[in-house]
Write a new protein. Sequence first.
Length: 200
Amino acid sequence: MQNRIKPLEPPDTIHLSAAEGWLGLGNPLEANEELEKITPQLRNHPDVLEVRWQIYTAENKWNACVDIAQAITKLAPSRSTGWIYLSVALHELKRTKEARDNLMGVEQQFPDQYLIRYNLACYESRLGNLKKAYQLLKKAIELAATKDIRAMALHDVAHSASVGANSGIVRRLKPSVPSCCRLLPFFDIEIIATARHRWL
C-alpha cells in the first residue's frame, strides 16, 4: 500500500529531479541516464516508475507503459496517476474501451480527481457515448473549480481544427511532465459548444 512506501532520499531524489528536468527539456535519453543513477533496489519505487513511464511515452513504448502503470497501481493503488497512466497507454494501443473501463473501476476511489472524469469523458466521446461524455465533462468542471478544464477542452478544439478530427491532445499531467501527444480524443464540437456556456 502507498502509506508503507518510504519516500526517496538524497542522492536518489536529486537524480529523480534531474530526470524530471530533462523530460521538461524534451530529452528522454538524459532523463533515463539520471534514473539509472538511482539505487538499483529503489528503481521500482512508484516515484521512479512514474518518471520511467513518462520517458517511455516519449519513445512510444506503449506496451512497456502498460506494464509500468500496472506496477504503479499495485504498489500505490491510492495514487490516481497509475490508473490514469494505464488508461492513457491502453488508449494508445487502440484499446479505448479497456482504458475507459479501467478508470470507471476506480472513479469512486478518487471522488475529487477531475482529471479522471475529464479522461473518462474523452474516452466516452471517442466510443460514441456523447451524453455520458457530457455528464462527465460537467462533473470534471465542477471538481476542478478552475479554468483548467476550459483550457484543456478549448485546446482540444483548436488542435482538432488544425490537424483533424482523429487527433488527440497535448497534455501535461503535472508541471514537470513533458507534453504527451495523442493521449486522448478531442471532444465532439457540440459537447464543447454546450459546455462553454458554463465557462463564459
